[in-house]
Design a protein around this ligand. Structure first.
Ligand code: MG
Length: 363
């Protein structure tokens, strides 16, 4: 099975509720779809959302990186040598992690099709059922409480609460939500870089004093404030998870060995795809550090790949935050991974298992 062409399409899905974090507010899931064609007629699907504030990548930059740099290196190569292909992708250019991720996802999809096996089985096997948390967007307290109650009614037992725009209001938000969900769901607090190190310690002390127990706090401080994150991690018992500060394997080794973070959030758009994500999971397992498998606000092509990896590495990827597709009003991707509120089911189709995608707009 040889690569003959790489082309692009767009896939847009309206959200049920606008997605609000300390950094942005959006109404749609907007994916750039990367389609790799082969001489056997098999097609591989990958995708990337635009995340200029996190990875620096936009749809245009992803297309340009693939079209002008990555694609010419891959045309004519055989899918049998998946490690050689991912090495080529990773060393084709620096950064551009979303472009690399979208291409790698499509390559691994084809690799699964080559052997007629679901990707998670080729990555080592595992349970094909996962349970994800759901994101509660930052808003006024009443809205966040009603969104949390709705999530409980839908069967979620992990809530990822977005805070990070005003420390005192954030503490009030969490105290109030905790009273509603206590005993029914655990709270993961995603600050999205919204606090300083001292504010984080202050907030955790206040929440501790109020009897609020959190499963973890995610990326409280600015992406480059590693000293600040270490300051927090050394002073509190609540586990601190690195998200925006953790991109590739080298950063993860640094975060772990310096005691900067307790947990690592792996996202394919940060790692540049599955090959580095596999390395990070293995590094974390070696150091007895838990991982979360996360995603951007993205649809079920990229998130399917993340789910396959999470299933195969479930001994170290113990936390699942793959709610992107479930936040959409519908899923235009058929036959792949099924996202049904908290429950994620990996199908038995080859690769990512995708049979058909509605509403693809060819570019
Ligand atoms: Mg995060």
């Amino acid at each position: 099975m040889k690569i003959t062409n790489i082309r692009f399409a767009k896939l847009t899905v309206p959200l049920v509720t606008p997605f609000k974090t300390a950094l942005r507010c959006v109404d749609n899931i907007d994916d750039l779809v990367v389609i790799i064609e082969t001489d056997t007629g098999e097609i591989g699907y990958g995708a990337a959302p635009a995340t200029p504030l996190i990875t620096g990548d936009t749809h245009s930059s992803v297309m340009a990186a693939i079209d002008s740099v990555i694609k010419p290196l891959l045309i004519g190569l055989d899918l049998t040598n998946i490690n050689e292909l991912t090495n080529i992708v990773q060393s084709a250019l620096i950064k551009n992690t979303s472009a690399k991720a979208a291409v790698e996802i499509a390559l691994y999809d084809l690799w699964g099709k080559l052997y007629n096996t679901p990707l998670y089985k080729l990555l080592g096997g595992g349970n094909n059922q996962l349970k994800t948390d759901i994101t509660i967007s930052i808003d006024n307290i009443d809205k966040m409480i009603s969104d949390s109650q709705k999530a409980l009614a839908q069967g979620f037992d992990r809530l990822k609460i977005k805070v990070g725009n005003d420390i005192y209001q954030d503490i009030e938000r969490v105290r109030n939500i905790y009273q509603v969900v206590k005993g029914k769901a655990l709270i993961r607090l995603d600050v999205n870089q919204g606090w300083t190190a001292k504010q984080t310690v202050f907030a955790i002390q206040k929440l501790d004093a109020a009897g609020v127990e959190l499963e973890l706090i995610e990326q409280p401080v600015k992406v480059d404030d590693l000293a600040g994150m270490r300051y927090v991690t050394e002073r509190v018992l609540t586990p601190i998870m690195a998200d925006e500060s953790a991109f590739g394997p080298k950063e993860v080794i640094e975060l772990i060995t310096t005691g900067t973070a307790d947990i690592i959030n792996i996202k394919l758009m940060k790692t540049g795809g599955l090959s580095n994500a596999i390395k990070i999971a293995d590094i974390c397992q070696t150091y007895h550090i838990d991982c979360m498998m996360g995603c951007m606000l993205e649809g079920s092509i990229g998130v399917a790949a993340a789910a396959h990896l999470a299933a195969a590495k479930s001994n170290v990827i113990t936390k699942i935050d793959l709610d992107g597709p479930a936040l959409g009003q519908y899923d235009p991707v058929h036959g792949g991974v099924n996202f049904n509120f908290a429950h994620i089911s990996l199908g038995d189709g080859p690769g990512l298992g995708i049979k058909k995608i509605d509403d693809l707009v060819e570019l």
